[in-house]
Design a protein around this ligand. Structure first.
Ligand code: SAH
Length: 220
């Protein structure tokens, strides 16, 4: 039987096993607490509840998935969030990653291109009492200029290249984690850091498999 506790153990084991690539052999206390707090069973469809605390991605409808808990944890870890930070997420999906971010940061803006998913996530997050998450229906390629710049940006769908608008909306000293690649099973998770002079430093962290980031044109 998978429980929140066994999920945490599986995440920690994978964090240790991938430390050579990520540079993080452990999760910080804040990230551990956020992963312990976020009720993943509330974010998966009813018929998947038994699997909610397995360390696996799961289908959530509309051809989309809820990310694997380890991936949520390590991407969050790489952002090194502070409780005063404003974060932009691209790809709300069910809202689980946004909930984890909201436990650590001051404000989370999250963009989703599928209207039904955005509406469901927004209602779910409000019902669970998250009052620092703003879900918007928008194409993530453009970012959210009205609320930029951001301390951190996390992208949970894979574009073919890092969208220019997103690097532009990162604060100096800010960080972005983003999966990039043309094929679903040949993507790299990149960590981008913008230094105080505005220059971007990029590191290839891990091979990952995210759903593709679509453009709004593809959907109409
Ligand atoms: N963050 C989610 C996982 C999301 S899966 C979690 O916590 O589990 C990726 C999501 O990105 C999907 O819901 C998909 O509809 C959305 N997406 C794809 N292309 C997008 C785009 N251009 N802009 C915004 N969202 C997009």
């Amino acid at each position: 039987m998978q429980t929140h506790q066994t999920m945490m153990e599986a995440i920690m084991a994978e964090v240790h096993a991938t430390a050579y690539a990520t540079g993080r052999g452990n999760l910080s206390p804040g990230v551990i607490k956020a992963m312990q707090q976020a009720p993943r069973h509330e974010f998966v469809p009813e018929n998947m509840r038994k699997l909610a605390y397995a360390n696996e991605p799961l289908p959530i409808g509309h051809g989309q998935t809820i990310s694997q808990p380890y991936i949520v944890a390590i991407m969050t870890e790489l952002l090194s969030l502070k409780d005063t930070d404003t974060v932009l997420e691209i790809g709300t999906g069910c809202g689980y990653q946004a909930a984890v971010l909201a436990c650590l940061a001051a404000q989370v803006y999250t963009l989703e291109v599928v209207e039904e998913l955005a509406a469901e996530a927004s209602a779910r997050l409000a019902r669970l009492g998250f009052d620092n998450i703003d879900v918007r229906v928008a194409d993530g390629h453009e970012g959210l200029p009205a609320h930029a710049p951001f301390d951190a940006i996390i992208v949970t769908a894979a574009p073919e290249a890092v969208p220019m608008a997103l690097t532009g909306q990162l604060k100096p000293g800010g960080r972005m984690v983003i999966p990039v690649g043309t094929y679903r099973y040949a993507q790299s998770l990149l960590l981008l850091e913008k230094d105080s002079a505005g220059d971007i430093h990029e590191r290839d962290v891990l091979p990952v498999a995210f759903v593709p980031m679509v453009s709004s044109l593809q959907r109409s």
